[in-house]
Write a protein that binds this ligand. Structure first.
Ligand code: GLN
Ligand code: ZN
Length: 758
């Protein structure tokens, strides 16, 4: 007789398929609904989401994944551990919002905590702040209340907790000379209290997330696991949960821990499964994360069935099936996507469908004949996709295969290009420019929306956009900027625009994924081989250039960024996809140049964040990422100046690769770091030109001439003036024209003063 296979997920999206939580939160922040009404929306969504999990047939529902802003901040609240400046009175929901956003409907305004990326996803968490005298007092009852709520609704509950070592790792010290790991004993006492409470609530298993196990950890951090789980061992049982990459490099240590089970991500690192099975300690449960929690593809259930059968034979009921990671990173419900082409739709599965995949697979594993057949039927489209002509384009493949190292190289080295460009462009010392986008006014947004909805015909739309270009060029000329931009009025988003223009992408209607707080993004899906059927930006750039004598920059988004901010296909490597995009962009660069565009910017803000989790894999990634960028840029003749732009990035450990991009000019976000980020460029003797941002576009403050002069002087101490540009930190699309013009007036004025100085 076969034993029943247990199924669960690591977490569910929080927002609701219509982004109900986002809308309610924002209304609450604006004072339009009460806290009670906001809480009501949260409760409604939790019930709906638990209902969907048990409706799909999962054995337990996951509780503790719901968060009002972010689950790391939720953990800080649970632990009674908030930044010092926010510790007044008993913490409530407004305390949480104040830590996240600096303000809330009640209480004082106080600096928000930092936010940073959650591993290699596009989700951002609130960074815990640690000081030597920090204490942890389990106070915030949200988790316990939600468990009671789910139980009352008749669900079998498995709570999730962010584990203590990961919690410490993800935070940062607020004081010098203190090591946050020294707080572990105190922190563990609080976790013990939480676990005891959970045991008293009748909880059998707890999912304790330690995603840092996917990283290559320093020794003391690695060793801290032993102490931590020695202390936490007992009732309830602990499922040590890892995701986003393999953990076999820590397997010796992990198998020595006092836990009751292990979850591994079989989707991100398929090859680790067999090794983990082989070393699984006696009595441990193995939760196999087989359904990808962070992409949109239908699982090949028959293939999984075949692969997992022998493991089931070995482990029996100790094998559980799960999503690879929390479904937080997956859109909510494919059923809503009525406008996707049917052939594309049958390749996809969103959070709700992924739950059903798990239970179907489990039934098949348990020998249910109907389920086995259903698995085969369900997997047929995704299997057929492998050879579908809809997906695989022979020409694209051939062109990709023909890529050589030489294809990625410009015809002349930078020094010679620079000489030619200096002559042909005739720019002054310290040229002034902007990063690309200008204010996206309501008028612009409405016109784009009307065009999409068919309320505005193509000619009227083109006229409207050209009107915005006229306006942008006129303003820039008046301001006296040296290198102009067309302003990007036609772009809602720097990736979405190209996803719509290129072949190979599909857009969803409701495929929202939480990025941070109430912010969601709706990445396009790369469904097939990518190519450019027609020029994408040439007519806008050409029109803008026709209006002025000054050079107008062509404006493209780079291959690594387009890849990084979409759902990639899984049957091709990221490198291969990036190369396809690069070839398409390469043709765009050639066309822009042909139409008289002398400067082309290829934005790559996502290069840094695409770094693999394991430091030992960084270089291999950077090598192909750099090459993809260079392939797109290298159709430029020596006289065409290639710019790139990166937002706030840690450049120290990748400066060599930044230099290897061989962009003639790079603009970076530096004003908030007071030009400190230029140290990496100075130390490396970075050879090409740099435009370190001289004012923070995220702030409404207008930089003064003196402030800009001072920043450029700091930059000049590190990089010679003849290789410096003057520009803002990033695009100006979120600012108003009033702020933009005031800031740029000062920027141009500062450049004039500085030119007399050097
Ligand atoms: N060209 C883009 C803009 O100005 C760059 C945006 C970015 O770096 N995120 O909006
Ligand atoms: Zn930027």
């Amino acid at each position: 007789m076969t034993v029943k296979t247990t199924t669960h997920i690591l977490g569910y999206p929080r927002f609701g398929s219509q982004r109900e939580l986002k809308l309610a939160q924002e209304k609450y922040w604006r004072g339009e609904i009460s806290q009670a009404e906001l809480k009501e929306v949260g409760s409604l969504l939790r019930h709906r989401h638990w209902g969907e999990q048990s409706g799909a047939g999962l054995d337990v529902v996951t509780v503790g994944d719901f968060a009002w802003y972010d689950h790391v901040l939720g953990t800080s609240m649970l632990l009674g551990h908030l930044p010092k400046r926010h510790r007044s009175g008993f913490p409530d929901l407004d305390t949480l919002f104040r830590v996240a956003r600096g303000k809330a409907p009640t209480g004082c305004a106080c600096a928000a905590s930092d936010m940073t990326k959650w591993f290699n996803t596009n989700y951002h968490y609130i960074v815990p702040e640690f000081s030597a005298d920090d204490e942890f007092n389990v106070s915030w009852p949200q988790l316990f209340e939600e468990i009671a709520e789910a139980k009352q609704a008749g669900h079998k509950v498995k709570p999730v907790l962010l584990g203590p070592v990961s919690y410490l790792w993800l935070g940062k010290e607020k004081e010098q000379g203190f090591d946050r790991l020294s707080l572990l004993p105190r922190l563990l006492a609080a976790y013990q209290q939480i676990l005891t409470k959970l045991a008293n609530l009748g909880i059998d298993w707890v999912q304790i997330d330690e995603p840092v196990l996917a990283l290559e950890l320093p020794k003391k951090w690695r060793n801290s696991f032993k102490i931590a789980y020695q202390v936490l061992h007992g009732a309830p049982k602990l499922l040590l949960t890892t995701y986003f990459d393999s953990i076999t490099h820590h397997l010796d240590m992990i198998t020595g821990l006092k836990v009751d089970g292990l979850h591994v991500d079989v989707s991100a690192a398929p090859e680790q499964l067999e090794e983990v099975v082989q070393h699984l300690p006696e009595g441990w449960v193995l939760s196999a994360g087989v359904v990808n929690g962070r992409n949109v593809w239908r699982a090949d259930l028959s293939a999984l069935l075949e692969r997992l059968q022998p493991i089931k034979a070995l482990l029996g009921d100790r094998l559980w099936l799960a999503s690879s990671c929390s479904l937080l990173h997956s859109p909510m419900d494919l059923d809503l996507e009525t406008e996707l082409k049917p052939e594309v739709r049958q390749w996809l599965a969103f959070a709700k469908q992924k739950c059903r995949e798990l239970t179907l697979l489990a039934q098949a594993m348990d020998g249910n004949e109907i389920a086995i057949e259903e698995c085969a039927r369900y997997s047929a489209p995704i299997k057929a996709r492998a050879t579908s002509t809809l997906v695989n384009n022979e020409q694209v493949r051939q062109r990709s295969e023909a890529i050589t190292d030489a294809l990625a190289e410009r015809k002349l080295p930078y020094q010679e290009r620079a000489r030619i460009q200096r002559q042909s462009l005739g720019l002054p010392l310290l040229p002034t420019t902007t990063i690309g986008s200008f204010p996206q006014t309501n008028e612009i947004r409405t016109q784009r929306r009307d065009f999409k909805a068919g309320r505005l015909n193509e000619q009227a739309y083109v006229n409207a956009m050209q009107g915005h270009i006229d306006d942008a060029i006129e303003r820039q000329n008046k301001l006296g900027l040296d290198v102009l931009v067309h302003g990007e009025a036609e772009r809602n988003d720097m990736v979405e625009y190209f996803a719509e223009q290129l072949e190979g992408f599909a857009a969803t209607r409701f495929g929202w994924v939480q990025s941070y707080g109430s912010r969601c993004v709706k990445p396009a899906v790369i469904v097939s081989d990518i190519y450019r059927a027609k020029p994408m930006t040439v007519s806008w750039a050409h029109y803008a250039q026709s209006l002025t004598e000054k050079p107008v920059k062509g404006m493209l988004t780079g291959p690594v960024t387009i890849l990084g901010w979409t759902f990639p296909r899984e049957d091709l490597s990221r490198e291969a996809i990036a190369n396809q995009i690069a070839l398409a962009l390469r043709d765009e660069v050639a066309d822009l140049q042909e139409k008289g565009i002398k400067i082309i910017q290829i934005d790559e803000p996502a290069i840094r964040e695409g770094m693999p989790l394991k430091a030992s894999q960084w270089q291999a990634y950077l090598d192909w990422a750099v090459k993809a960028f260079k392939i797109s840029a290298a159709s430029a003749e020596p006289k065409t100046q290639i710019h790139t732009h990166m937002c706030y990035s840690e450049f120290n450990d990748m400066i060599e690769s930044v230099a290897a991009l061989d962009a003639d000019v790079i603009t970076i976000e530096t004003s908030r770091s007071d030009m400190e980020l230029l140290k990496a460029f100075e130390a490396f003797d970075y050879p090409n030109e740099i435009g370190p941002g001289v004012y923070d576009i995220h702030s409404p403050n207008i930089p003064t001439v003196e402030q800009i002069v001072e920043l450029v002087e700091k930059a000049e101490a590190k990089i010679p003036a003849k290789r410096l540009w003057i520009n803002p930190d990033c695009g100006l699309k979120t600012r108003s024209w009033e702020e933009t013009e005031a800031a740029l007036t000062n920027l141009v004025e500062a450049a004039k003063l500085l030119r007399q100085q050097y």
